[in-house]
Design a binder for this molecule. Structure first.
Ligand SMILES: Nc1ncnc2c1ncn2[C@@H]1O[C@H](COP(=O)(O)OP(=O)(O)OP(=O)(O)O)[C@@H](O)[C@H]1O
Ligand SMILES: [Mg+2]
Length: 290
């Protein structure tokens, strides 16, 4: 589903002395079935922004449109929220807080049951996603609170995906997972996108952004500074430096080679791209040495 922000502002503690803009006049469009990353420093408004997409926070000004079905503004009321939240699933920044049932299975089934799946459908979906997120079936009957942090995170992810939301919103979903676990979970999200779902992911990790996102939004102090392909953003070393944002590791490495006289037509942003540009150069060298 397409997501559109039209002049969206969000004001915390509106009308009090503590009034503070979390978002200021944000405009953008995210295409259906795309994978969009949101980056920015801590406090830049990333969580505030994604919370508008399922009306956890309602815009103080402006509209958020989800497909042709939903308009979220400060007038939306309780009735419209349930169908919206079925379409827009959200894994929170601290998903451990999302768990509350007695067992892992019940926790994952909660969303599907709430959105009208039959008990059998909810259970099938729960077991399917339990396995997909890399958890052993034997954990189904455990209390979610007996699990490790990484396992809890996987349960929370399964619990959201089990309702099959059309839009999947993820706030730093792989923080705290080991590198292999991170890759598995990110591949799962990428697969989900390829099945036609829209994925929005908040991340501080530019390598994740470079490897998985089609587009990236850059936030700073509640304002949207840029929206473009990661390949375009990460070329702009000077701008990133001015805004104290990192490049992917591969790009930083290529930058150092460039400083030593290596010529790149465009800076690689992923390992695969780096290998692609270096192979013709090193290939000749290897043959000579051999
Ligand atoms: N409940 C709140 N009341 C008042 N201000 C808040 C509240 N929640 C967030 N803010 C402020 O809004 C701004 C944006 O916060 P937000 O949580 O969206 O940032 P973020 O980009 O998600 O940061 P992080 O990377 O640390 O998760 C910050 O300046 C923050 O202090
Ligand atoms: Mg946040």
């Amino acid at each position: 589903m397409e997501i559109k922000f039209e002049n969206v502002s969000y004001i915390y503690s509106q009308g009090t002395e503590l009034e503070k803009y979390g978002l200021s006049d944000i405009n953008f469009k995210i295409q259906s079935a795309s994978f969009t990353a949101i980056v920015g420093h801590t406090g830049s408004g990333k969580s505030t922004l994604i919370h508008q997409i399922n009306a956890l926070l309602k815009p103080s000004k402006g509209n958020v449109r989800i497909g042709d079905d939903f308009i979220i503004n400060n007038e939306i009321t309780g009735k419209g929220l349930k169908p919206l939240r079925q379409k827009v699933g959200m894994v929170f920044q601290f998903p451990e807080n999302q768990l509350f049932e007695e067992t892992v299975l019940k926790d994952i089934m909660f969303g599907p049951l709430n959105f009208g799946f039959s008990k059998k459908e909810a259970e099938d979906s729960a077991y399917y996603w339990l396995e997909k997120v890399g958890l052993d079936v034997s954990l189904a009957d455990k209390s979610p609170f007996e699990l490790s942090g990484g396992q809890m995170r996987r349960v929370a992810i399964a619990g959201v995906m089990a309702s099959n939301p059309e839009v999947l919103i993820l706030d730093e979903p792989t923080a705290g997972l080991d590198p292999v676990g991170q890759k598995e979970i990110l591949a799962l999200f990428k697969d989900y996108q390829h099945q036609g779902h829209t994925v929005v992911l908040v991340s501080h990790d530019m390598d994740i952004v470079a490897n998985y996102a089609d587009e990236v939004l850059v936030l700073e102090a509640g304002q949207l500074l840029r929206q473009e392909a990661p390949q375009t953003l990460f070329q702009d070393e000077k701008w990133l430096h001015q805004h104290a944002l990192n490049q992917p590791k591969v790009t930083a490495f290529a930058q150092q080679l460039a400083a030593k006289g290596f010529k790149f037509e465009s800076m690689p942003i992923t390992m695969a791209e780096l290998v692609e540009v270096l192979t013709p150069k090193l290939g000749g060298k290897l043959a000579e040495d051999g």
